[in-house]
Design a protein around this ligand. Structure first.
Ligand SMILES: NC(=O)C1=CN([C@@H]2O[C@H](COP(=O)(O)OP(=O)(O)OC[C@H]3O[C@@H](n4cnc5c(N)ncnc54)[C@H](OP(=O)(O)O)[C@@H]3O)[C@@H](O)[C@H]2O)C=CC1
Length: 254
C-alpha cells in the first residue's frame, strides 16, 4: 500500500512514520493527524511525502491503510464521527481497545486489524504481532522488521501481555548499574559497561539456530558465576512470580 495514514503522532505513531522512511528507496505517502503538532511538523520537514492533515477525516481520506495510534483514553474523541469506507484497512495498535469496541464506534465495514508494533519499528526491527492475519497488513509490518500473524485473540493478548515486560527488562539493567555504583564505581563507566555487555548479548538472539535454553547453556560454565546467579536468584519461585504477574495482566487484557 502506498498511502498510509496515522491518527495519533505520539511515541509509536512517530516510530512507525520514521520506520517507513528508514533506508527506504521508495517510501509511501504518509498522512499524519494534526494533534501532536510539533512531532508531525518535524516528520513532514524530515521526510518528503509526509503531510500533516487539517483533521483526522483528511487522514482517512488520503490513505488506504489507516493506523490508529492514540491512547486508549483518547480514541473515542479522536475517532467520533469519522467516515471510513469499507475499501480502507484500519490497523488498531491501541492496547486494551478491542475490535468490537472500535467497530461499534466507527460503524465501518472496513477490516479492523490489531497489531503490536514496538518502538524499534523506527529502525525496521519490530516483530509485530498481527490479528487477524491480513495480506496487506502482514506485508506492511513484514517490511518494518517482521509480521507475526496469530490465530486468535487469546494468542494476541498473550503476546500483548509479554510486551508489558520491556521496561522491567530495562529496569533490571538499571538495577545492575546501581549495584555497580553502590560498590564504588562511577556511574558513567558502570552505565557504559552494562550497555556494552547486554548489547553484545542481544546480538546473539539473532541466531535462531539455537533455542533460548541452548543460548543460555552456551553462556554458562558448569559451577561458574552465571550458573550461581541464575540458580540462587532466578529461582523457580522467582520465575513463578513472573508468570503469575503475566497471568494477572493477561486476565485483564481485552
Ligand atoms: N509507546 C509504545 O511503545 C506503544 C504504544 N502502543 C499503543 O499506541 C497508542 C499510543 O501510545 P503512545 O504513542 O505511547 O502515546 P502518546 O501519548 O505518545 O501518543 C498519543 C498521541 O495521540 C495524539 N492524540 C490525542 N488525541 C488525538 C486526537 N483527537 N486526534 C489525533 N491525535 C490525537 C496525542 O496528541 P497530544 O500530544 O496533543 O495529546 C499524542 O501525540 C496507545 O494506545 C498504546 O497502547 C502500542 C504499541 C507500543
Amino acid at each position: 500500500m502506498q498511502r498510509i495514514g496515522i491518527i495519533g503522532v505520539g511515541e509509536i505513531g512517530r516510530a512507525i512514520a520514521t520506520g517507513l522512511h528508514h533506508e527506504a528507496a521508495d517510501p509511501p505517502e504518509v498522512a499524519l493527524s494534526p494533534r501532536g503538532a510539533a512531532a508531525a511538523a518535524e516528520l513532514a520537514d524530515r521526510f518528503p511525502g509526509v503531510r500533516v492533515c487539517a483533521d483526522n477525516q483528511e487522514v482517512v481520506d488520503r490513505s488506504d491503510l489507516v493506523i490508529i495510534a492514540v491512547r486508549g483514553d483518547q480514541y473515542r474523541e479522536a475517532l467520533a464521527g469519522l467516515a471510513i469506507p469499507a475499501a480502507k484497512t484500519v490497523v488498531n495498535v491501541m492496547a486494551g481497545v478491542p475490535t468490537e469496541a472500535l467497530r461499534d464506534l466507527l460503524g465501518t465495514d472496513a477490516p479492523l486489524i490489531r497489531a503490536i508494533p514496538l518502538p524499534s519499528i523506527a529502525e525496521r526491527r519490530s516483530v509485530t504481532a498481527v490479528w487477524p492475519a491480513h495480506p496487506a497488513v502482514d506485508a506492511f509490518f513484514a517490511g518494518l522488521g517482521g509480521a507475526l500473524p496469530v490465530p486468535d485473540e487469546h494468542a494476541y493478548n498473550v503476546l500483548s501481555a509479554v510486551t508489558g515486560t520491556l521496561t522491567t527488562h530495562l529496569s533490571y539493567l538499571s538495577a545492575l548499574t546501581d549495584w555497580i555504583t553502590s560498590r564504588g564505581i562511577d556511574p558513567a563507566p558502570a552505565d557504559h559497561y552494562i550497555r556494552g555487555v547486554y548489547q553484545g548479548l542481544a546480538r546473539t538472539l539473532s541466531d535462531e539456530s539455537h533455542t533460548l535454553p541452548e543460548l543460555a547453556a552456551n553462556h554458562e560454565t558448569p559451577r561458574g558465576n552465571n550458573e550461581r546467579i541464575r540458580t540462587t536468584w532466578f529461582t523457580p519461585a522467582n520465575a513463578r512470580a513472573l508468570h503469575e504477574a503475566l497471568d494477572g495482566l493477561l486476565a485483564d487484557l481485552r
